[in-house]
Every structure is written in structure tokens, then in C-alpha cells.
Design a protein around this ligand. Sequence first.
Ligand SMILES: *[C@@H]1O[C@H](CO)[C@@H](O)[C@H](O)[C@H]1NC(C)=O
Ligand SMILES: *[C@@H]1O[C@H](CO)[C@@H](O)[C@H](O)[C@H]1NC(C)=O
Ligand SMILES: *[C@@H]1O[C@H](CO)[C@@H](O)[C@H](O)[C@H]1NC(C)=O
Ligand SMILES: *[C@@H]1O[C@H](CO)[C@@H](O)[C@H](O)[C@H]1NC(C)=O
Length: 430
Amino acid sequence: MASCILFLLPLIFFSSLSSAAGPHALVAPLTKDSRTLQYLTRINQRTPSITLNLAVDLGGRYLWVDCDSSYISSTYRPARCHSSLCSLAGSDSCGECFSSPRPGCNNNTCGVFPENPFIRTSTSGELAVDALSLHSTDGSTPSTPVTDPAFLFTCAPRFLTRGLAVGAVGIAGLGRTRVAPPTQLAAKFSFSRRFALCLPSTPRASGALFFGPGPYNFLPGIDASQSLLYTPLLTNPVSTAGTYSPGEPSYEYFIGVTAIKVGDTVLPLNKTLLTINKKTGYGGTKISTAVPYTTLETSIYKSLTSAFAAALANVTRVAAVAPFKLCYDAKGLGSTRVGPGVPAVDLVLQSKAVFWSIFGANSMVEARDGVLCLAFVDGGRTPRTSIVIGGFQLEDNLVEFDLDSSRVGFSASLLFRRTTCSNFNFTSSA
Ligand SMILES: *[C@@H]1O[C@H](CO)[C@@H](O)[C@H](O)[C@H]1NC(C)=O
Ligand SMILES: *[C@@H]1O[C@H](CO)[C@@H](O)[C@H](O)[C@H]1NC(C)=O
Ligand SMILES: *[C@@H]1O[C@H](CO)[C@@H](O)[C@H](O)[C@H]1NC(C)=O
Ligand SMILES: *[C@@H]1O[C@H](CO)[C@@H](O)[C@H](O)[C@H]1NC(C)=O
């Protein structure tokens, strides 16, 4: 039986690789969970197919699901030790399971380390393949679902779903590995290795996650893939994962912030904190959906809050609402097309001309009725990464990760273009 599976797997793998006229791109919805502030996506898996709710972890290594809770599928196959699937996932370990065989518990399978960044826990899991399907898209609406009959993922124990939004059964890790969905789907369906996130700013309407090239159209006919600004993706040579092998790089998305401005004021910052220390992996800036608000090393945080407070010296401050420290009476702040009227926070990138501007809608959060707080949090004195750009700052911005060109494109607030991430037309045209 085992040898039969061994011979069958490569066949399935290659037949899906060579499928002609594949989809142009794929799309899945993104929702915001109001209780945990996690962003969730929906993907279909197994035979017969069921819909999975998965939390999105931008820098995660693989897609993993809880296989302890009645995993039923006729197309589930564990990855046999030392097979090509194991090497694709970077696993050379070989595991046994001392209970009756079922998905997640097989002998002679390679082990991997699924991680839940929301509770900072990783554990061992079984590498496996199963059918996975997503809607194809021309960039405007979802159309026919397409299926990868042997999508490589990780089976994790149920306890790893602790801390996830109600209904979430695993995590879609979108990191820079060969097996995370962006690269795996691009290889299977022959489109370019890029994907784009457009996170919703409200729990009431879905944003969109695209795999493959643009256009990325939002009603009324705004292509958010146009006029993106690009910045190089940087490599952190030291893994930031919970479990890793020596010499393994980080699979997260690092970019090079070189300065921060509040309005026209350049913040005094310790520049060492802004660069990645190649030996220790400390420092630098990454983008993450595992934190709800941008998290800054303490001295950067203090520099930002004092410049912001000075710029808003005339506005009535009110008692802080944790975890925020700088809060205002909303009545004192005007309102603009891009949210509360406050100075922009600019993350200056590879040159003075390339900066990521964060306007009121992405810098001020209504922490309590009538109270708007600066939506950045203090990450402590010695965080691994000095600046972690979090979910709130990404909402209603389209962010494209182009892995072939190692760059990140960002749109600035779509509110400027009179649309939002919740305006993708999810009415299927198929
Ligand atoms: C794995 O093999 C061991 C013996 O080596 C056996 O006790 C166990 O039941 C097997 N587990 C599975 C899941 O087949
Ligand atoms: C700047 O940050 C680095 C890294 O944390 C630290 O070693 C150094 O002492 C800091 N410099 C100043 C002037 O605070
Ligand atoms: C603050 O108020 C003072 C006096 O009312 C005024 O002169 C100053 O321009 C105001 N500053 C800002 C930043 O609005
Ligand atoms: C959304 O897409 C559907 C299917 O293509 C189409 O019938 C409908 O008119 C679109 N809605 C809008 C508002 O454009």
C-alpha cells in the first residue's frame, strides 16, 4: 500500500503542473474577526469538499489545519519519509504515531513544525496532501472553482488552534517558502509568483486575497494594481519562526524603513534599530497579520508619540485606553476622506521619494465611543523586529507581494480612490 502511494503521488503532482490554460489568478475572501482582530480566509479542501476558515499569517511557513477533529477525506495522503514532498517542505525527519492510523497520525511520514503566532506556539505535525480548491478570477469577480488535487499542507493537533477566532480550524501561512500557498499555487497553476492582500476595515464586509497577477479590481472599476509604489523585499538571514533549523532564514516579509516622519517632522531614531543585524536577525521592519496594530520598539514608539502629541497639541487629550497611550476626544479632530484629520505618519523606504503614508483611517482607532487613539503599540525594549507593521495599518490598502521580483507594492489608502477593500465584487460570474 505504501509503495503504491509513493508511485501515485508524483503522477498527480506532475499532471496538475502541466494542466494547460490554467486560471489567470485565484481569489478568496478575507474577513476581520471582531473579537480577536484576526483576519480570516475561506478555502475549500478534501473530498468531499468542505469549507475551511483559516486565520491568515502573512509570514507563516505552511497552510496547516487541525486534523484531530473528524478529518474525513478520500484524497488525503500523508507525505512518505524522504519523498520529494518532504524535501519541498524542507523536512528530513521521519515520524511514527502510536495510535490508530488516521489523517495526522501515520507511520513513515515526514514531520514539520506548524506554528500559531497568536499564542506563540509551535509543535510537530504531519506533512500531507489533499485536494484544495479556490475560485479563479479575472480580477473583477470570482469565477469557476479550480482544484489542486494534491495540495501540500500540514496536519496539526487540535490544541494548536487555541487562540484562533471562533470557527477557525487552522492557519493559512503565506510566507516565502516553496510550500506556502503563494508559491505552491503559482507552480501548480502556472501563474506568476505574486499575491495581494486587501484587508477589510470592518467585520461586516469581506476584503480580498488574490493569488496571481492583477488586475485587482474594486467597485466601481478601480484597479488597485495600478500605481503601486514598490520597495524591495529584504531577507532576514536568521529565522523568526518558533522552531527552525540552524542556518534557516526568516520566511517573513521584511522591508527597509529608513526614516519615519510625522507631517514634516523627521523623527529622531536610532538607525541601528532599523537595519537587520545579519548575525542575530534582530532589528528591521516586517509586515505581519499576526499583530493587530503596528508595534514599535520602545524608543521608536516614544519618538512617534511625542512628535504626534506635539503636532496635535491643541486637541483635547483624554485618558488613555490600553494598549494605546495617546488618545483624543474625537470631536477635536476634523474628518477627511482618508479618516480623522491628523498628520500623516510616513514610513520612508529606499529613497526620500518612496514612502508609505499612513493617514487617519489607518493611524487613529476608535478605542471607545468618541475616543480616537494613535493606533500603534509599544513593543518593548528588545523586540526581535523593531517595527512590525500590523493589520490595522494595512486595512483598505492593497499590498502586493511579488516574489519573482522580490518586491512589495503598496497602494496607499484606497479611500483616496473612493473605494475600499470591501468593494471586491464577490458575486460569482460562474
Ligand atoms: C506505527 O508502528 C508501530 C510499530 O512500529 C505500531 O505500534 C503503530 O500502531 C503504528 N501506527 C500507525 C498509525 O500505523
Ligand atoms: C541603538 O540601538 C542599538 C541596538 O539596540 C544599541 O546597541 C545602541 O546602544 C543604541 N544606540 C543608542 C545611541 O541608543
Ligand atoms: C494652537 O493654538 C494656538 C493659539 O490658539 C495657535 O496660535 C496655534 O497655531 C495652534 N496650533 C496648531 C498646531 O493648530
Ligand atoms: C458583480 O458581478 C456580477 C457577475 O459578474 C455582475 O452580474 C454584477 O453586475 C456585478 N456587480 C456590479 C455592482 O458591478
